[in-house]
Design a protein around this ligand. Structure first.
Ligand code: PBG
Length: 334
């Protein structure tokens, strides 16, 4: 056998030799504090209702929502993002239940704040689709199109009732032009200067929202292509980003996460505010479904998706696995 002197001169494998070595040189670490739990709460149920397309995720009753919030906090999760699921009979054309102080989301915000105080950051989805009978994120004009400016007025009211209920952060997710500025003004007008805005800055019209429709019992027919972004576009996200920052966003978000890591990386390198990514329902469902079939190793796949999202530049990740992963990280030597 020929011996080739010192070839190869450089051996990257030296730093991969043991688990301790790999841990030491890891460039990206996941911490429970990076994680935010999205949670659904359904009006009028005493028991949680399983979501078929999201095994392991439920529409909470008020009681189990409180428990989930406490469990998340105990695991070290940073925040909880709340979604309300009203009774079907309460849905209408303008999403009245979304601005009713007694509406499901407002009741949930109060309940969770009562449970966790300031120890968990309480956030709320600020969007009309959960409350409209047509399932769109805004109100419709006479031709059935989503009316941007009429919707902004509804968002302003939503921001105010959510803030009155005690939310720390509102998350406008409807992709209406001008929504961040209007929400900031609406909050400041009622003395809620301290309520922050997590802007859904780059929100794409994605097929991966599928399971979410079941999660919130949405009645949407058609699509959201006239207001959510086209998956083909990256530069457009930078434009949305500039607008959101100018209008007063405190934090920005890219959504979905996995298929948009390039967008996330560009956004993260362009801003000086915290950057979040939302690993959405379809991303969750894909891993769970493949794991159920025995096609992938569930826990490793979950950590890999989250590590990839962190590596691409997200400081915070909204993920349905938040509590489970935080519990595992807490105990693990990572
Ligand atoms: C809008 C909203 C959606 C999601 C979060 N906020 C649905 C949509 O825009 O179509 C999706 C979350 C997920 O799929 O996990 N209220």
């Amino acid at each position: 056998m020929t011996v080739y002197g010192s070839f190869p001169g450089s051996r990257p494998r030296r730093l991969r030799t043991t688990p301790a070595m790999r841990r030491m040189v890891a460039e990206t670490r996941l911490n429970p504090a990076d994680l935010i739990l999205p949670a659904f709460v359904r009006e009028g149920v005493r028991e949680p209702v399983p979501i078929g397309a999201m095994p392991g995720v439920v529409q909470h009753s008020m009681d189990t929502l409180r428990k989930a919030a406490v469990e998340a906090r105990e695991a070290g999760v940073s925040g909880i993002m709340l979604f309300g699921v009203p009774e079907d009979a309460k849905k209408d054309a303008t999403g009245t239940a979304g601005t009713d102080p007694g509406g499901i989301l407002q009741v949930a915000i109060r309940a969770v704040r009562e449970e966790v105080g300031d120890e968990l950051v309480v956030m709320s989805d600020l969007c009309l689709d959960e409350y409209t009978d047509h399932g769109h994120c805004g109100v419709l004009d006479a031709d059935g199109r989503v009316d941007n400016d009429a919707t902004l007025e509804r968002y302003a009211e939503m921001a105010q009732v959510q803030a009155d209920a005690g939310v720390h952060v509102v998350g406008p997710s409807g992709m209406m032009d001008g929504q961040i500025g209007v929400v900031r003004d609406a909050l400041d007008t009622i003395g809620k200067e301290d309520v922050s805005i997590l802007a859904y800055t780059a929100k794409y019209s994605s097929a991966f929202y599928g399971p979410f429709r079941e999660a919130v019992g949405s009645s949407l027919t058609g699509d959201r292509k006239t207001y959510q972004q086209d998956p083909a576009n990256l530069r457009e996200s930078l434009r949305e980003l500039a607008l959101d920052l100018e209008e007063g966003a405190d934090m920005v978000m890219v959504k979905p996460a996995g298929p948009y890591l390039d967008v996330l990386a560009r956004v993260a390198e362009s801003v000086d505010v915290p950057v979040a990514a939302y690993q959405i329902s379809g991303e969750y469902a894909m891993v769970e479904a493949a794991a159920e079939k025995g096609w992938i190793e569930r826990d490793k796949a979950i950590l890999e998706t989250l590590t990839g999202i962190r590596r691409a530049g997200a400081q915070m990740i909204l993920t349905y696995w938040a509590t489970e992963v935080a519990q595992k990280l807490g105990g693990a030597r990572r």
